[in-house]
Ligand binder design. Sequence first.
Ligand SMILES: *Cc1c(COP(=O)(O)O)cnc(C)c1O
Length: 420
Amino acid sequence: MTPITELIHHPYQAPDGFAAPQIGIHKASTVIFPNVAAMRQRDWKHKTGYTYGLHGTPTSFVLEERIAALEGGKQCVLVPSGLAAIICTDLALLAAGDELLLPHNVYGARLGFTQEELQRFGIVTKFYDAMDAGDLAAKLSPQTKLVWLEAPGSVTMEFPDLPALVRLCREKGVLTALDNTWGAGLAFCAFDLDGQGLGVDISIQALTKYPSGGGDVLMGSIVTRDEALHQTIKLSHMRLGYGVAANDCELVLRSLPSIDIRYKAADQSARQLAAWLATRPEVEAVLHPAMQGAPGHANWQNLCQKQPLAGMKYAPNAMNSVVIGQAHTGLSAGLFSIVLLEKYSQPQVDAFVDAMKLFKIGYSWGGHLSLAVPYDISSMRDPNISHWPYRGGLVRFSIGFESAEDLQADMEQALGKALR
Ligand SMILES: *Cc1c(COP(=O)(O)O)cnc(C)c1O
């Protein structure tokens, strides 16, 4: 069975005589024990029993199992946001004196924690060039405890050579954690990057994005394949007091069976719009990993078009793909950025975003509504690792489920109005 079918047919224990398609929503802080001996015996860490709402409910356990299965992992911990998944992983694994390595184009909202809290706790953060395995090799030191990876980079969309980066860390015995929000467990398997079982140690996701898909839930997941590593993270998670609400789990469980078709629909429209934008005279560059010439395009091809997903016997480019023209091609999400020509001022770039009517202005992505945000790249990068060849303004798009024709017309009228 393919993972997406397994996801839909994932087993759960329905109450006797009531086998509805959706699982029950169990809400609890208190869980009542039949007697003191039972209370003393219960073990929440191995999911053999329930002790307290914070440690999990039948609802959260099922969501954890489904996210782990979707990613090709074995265990999962749920946290209240994608950012919390990153922070919880850091706190579980790092100690004073350790070094943390982050890609130069890392998800920006995690930097505050790194530069304030982690620094205060005596943990040193260094940045490596995600597009240069040699740079990572040079920066791995005996103090390096954890290397974060992201594919593609947030906002700027460069796609790294993930297998090469992970291999380097493996050789040095350094733990790897991937922010897999973009791939969502669909575009590639984080735990099998080369078809031979080379994988990251930890894969986190902002379930806020595609798994929720509604723009109305905040949640994160931390997936592993190693029981001891999972227990380390799980214990930190418990001590930190991170819990997720049953109603939020319900929303993600409701959306999850359609994640594959939603992802593909957004991908298909995004590629159509990216290809059209590449023909526009106002646009200097389209940053979309599936586009010829985009930074790291060959790495995207190797990972998302050629490698089979874990446990799949068929060729991924026949099944886990969108069809563009006549060709099946791997997956690439509904997210991309453009850089406008340098001659357009920031107020003009902003006016372009303001002039779009269907594209709403707002953070996050992966929902039904198309979104656009202008970003100031100069404030987002490690100044020592830049190779940013553009000087014009950048706009990032998240493509939703409106018709691609309507979205194109909206972009076209806004370009005409704001960038004359
Ligand atoms: C959105 C996002 C996060 C954080 O998710 P939240 O639920 O908003 O905290 C982390 N990483 C990436 C790549 C994201 O896009």
